[in-house]
Ligand binder design. Sequence first.
Ligand SMILES: Nc1ncnc2c1ncn2[C@@H]1O[C@H](COP(=O)(O)OP(=O)(O)OP(=O)(O)O)[C@@H](O)[C@H]1O
Length: 893
Amino acid sequence: MMRLLKRKPDRNDFELVTFGTDDLPPYAILSHTWTEGQEVTYDELRAGVGKGKTGYAKIRFCGERAAHDGLQYFWVDTCCINKSNRGELREAIASMFRWYRRAAKCYVYLSDVSQRRREGSNKHTASTQEQAFRKSRWFTRGWTLQELLAPMSVEFFSKEGSRLGDKQHLKQQIHEITGLPLPVLQGGHLYQFSVNERMSWTETRRTTLEEDLAYSLLGIFDVNIPLHYGEGKVNAFARLRQEIDKLDKCIQDLHITNPLSDKKRIEGTKGGLLEDSYRWILDNLDFQTWRSDQQSRLLWVKGDPGKGKTMLLCGIINELHKSIAQTALLAYFFCQATDLRINSATSVLRGLIYMLVSQQPSLISHIQKKYDRAGKTVFDDANAWVALSEIFTDIIQDPTLSTTYLLIDALDECLVDLPKLLRFISQQSTASSRVKWIISSRNWPDIEDQLERAGHKIKLSLELNADSISTAVSTYIQHKVLELAQIKKYSAKTQTAVLEYLSRNSNNTFLWAALVCQNLDQIRPLDTLERLNEFPPGLDSLYHQMLQQLRLSYRADLCKCILATMAVVYRPVTLHELKCLVDMPDHIADDLESVMEIIRLCGSFLTVRNGAVYFVHQSAKDFLLEEASDEIFPTGLAEVHYSIMSRSLRTLSLTLQRDMYSLRALGYPIDKVKQPDPDPLAKSRYACVFWIDHLSDWFSLSCADPYGDLQAGGTVEVFIKEKYLYWLEALSLCKSMSEGVVLIEKLEALLQVRADAPELLKLIHDARRFILYHKVAIENNPLQAYASTLMFSPTRSLIRKLFRHEEPTWVTIRPAIGDKWSACLATLEGHSDGVCSVAFSHDGTRLASASARSPSHTTGPGSHRRRGTGRSRSGTPAAARVYKRYILAHHSL
Ligand SMILES: Nc1ncnc2c1ncn2[C@@H]1O[C@H](COP(=O)(O)OP(=O)(O)OP(=O)(O)O)[C@@H](O)[C@H]1O
């Protein structure tokens, strides 16, 4: 609810009109400092009294100014809030920032800056007026900080109502007066400034009530705390800080990737974004309809590989960013098949929610209930999709959400649960008229079928916009050729020939042109003309040619080995990791520059950015896996998985040891751990998290274990026996304990099916019980892997016996622990009320439990939540949850 002022028809009086948040008309808002006893209150305005107060002149000024700007309504804090109603006052303080943000105009009335005196006397020059402006009390008050920052349009007026300028034009003076950074005065998003920086903005400001200094920051941090006047400034700031820290922790846990950084990285790896090659979209009719028509909610950009979809979306993001400033929210996500972190439906939702919450932290309220109960697992356990889609749906329905733009690039690269995601987008894109979507993908019939169901959508096919794309590609080629000509010092003849060749053969495909330019960069100018024809039209033909070049290299075998490894790893690897995964001569592996050199020899298939190796494009990887697989994987894909697995184990065996980060204290918390430089785990991070996945893929692709790795005395047994606890510590340092649980389960399942090694199976089974039981302790304090875990494990635990030498010797009285693991494998949490019903599914793989009250989240591993599938005894709907493949009691030990 917001109460606005409106001039009565006789123009000398005002009336108050109440509006709901959703139907607010455009309005102006006043910012000023209060004068004791001179402000017009809510009751006075309603009674039509107080017209002789100076505060009334301010109301009149604001009304006239609003009318001058074509605004019928305006808001003044003195009389639009009924302060005698404490509930309303609380609500108003919580909404104040948003009200200023939504105002079409904010008028700052400076009662201590006068113009009249200057006009009446020659002594008052412009500089004295500027001095008065600089000294104005308005800049020293606490609440006026948000009144300066929240609105888009802030105009300053003198006591007489003369306009002095606006925030944009006066930014340099305001910066000097307040110390506020220029970017924030130019509309930069508040979340881009650190907590401490934002806190420092109030250092020179004052409020009448000391607690208000903290409360006036609620909007700046977009958090809410109950107002306790009388608690004192220190307590108010402490509570504010606590709330901010809580919010920060939740956002940190939500973080899986920062799409903002992904965008910068993608633009960088693709050679920088060229504005002239995407601006055609701004004149495109489909795009314009999507932007302007309220009913058009979903724009689907589709096109073949390398047609420029990703870069186009980067450009659209930039343009939206410029035009919406802070009036709307903008969240995006770039799916990348080559990176496990960002190729699933849950990571897309996580990334979008992360961006939305970072921009409007109050949206965290939709996460908080689930998060408070289950912590980080809410975002990454087996129920993550259910939880995240519920959170997302709630966010989209939030009444405080302004216009929101959501962009998802490369849906075809979402490898996990794409159908779920498409269904979700189809539903959600019709759910709110305030939310607009852009998605992009290749021309895949499956995606087309799924999106058919979405209403209010527009398809934008790059192939059907051939003219625009052709011009955009031409511009791109001209730019690239000019760049090449300057670097390589081409003659005019060569430059023209290159330009002509690229223009004739690109077939409107950016990527083809980009790759040829990259290759030309490696060729001497002298040879360029003769060798131009080596680059055939068509992407696949070009890749064949690049492979042909690579065959001629002295290091062809090593290059192929690197390409094979890169094609099967589950995420891009760093140079440090790569040299441990690939068998290369020591003199190369020991020198990062040499490794880079070898990567350069891999044609233009790979690129290196910030120390990590990437495929230049998904189509390059597809080519190696499909067209060139016989050559790149001569002994089959399985062998590459095997090689990565065995090299990973070798690296881990050499690098893992107790206390790799020199934490010393057994209780050292993971939140305080800082990665040392150099990082002892730099080369083994990938190996740590993925060796079992490669082992598993090796087995699923081949039918035997010819090397005996999974047999008694094989590499796996040796590793577990010698390094298990160090591996757990490393998993904790890599923040991957949850993955560790899944990995060890995977290993046990593999052994049950594929190996004939009962003793090894017992060991792995024990290792699984160990990690399940102690996961939380090790996850929070890495060195607990050697303390509580060992002491609180059963005396006959195989892991405990193997690592007895690591137990703390100073504990003289040890807890009495049984000799076997207890029947309780793990505790499933989540119900908020007593569980009244439990049932196994017929095939014994699922367990359903129900309670009378709705659970907010399930934490059990492999659990899956469904709503309303049961009834409580009283006949009212019960909350039920289903635990998948979960065994509660275990009797084999
Ligand atoms: N506006 C642009 N500015 C600079 N480079 C561009 C631009 N558009 C395309 N390119 C170049 O073309 C290449 C291919 O573009 P992009 O990756 O956007 O294609 P895509 O359609 O997303 O491909 P795919 O769907 O196969 O992933 C980029 O790597 C880049 O080198």
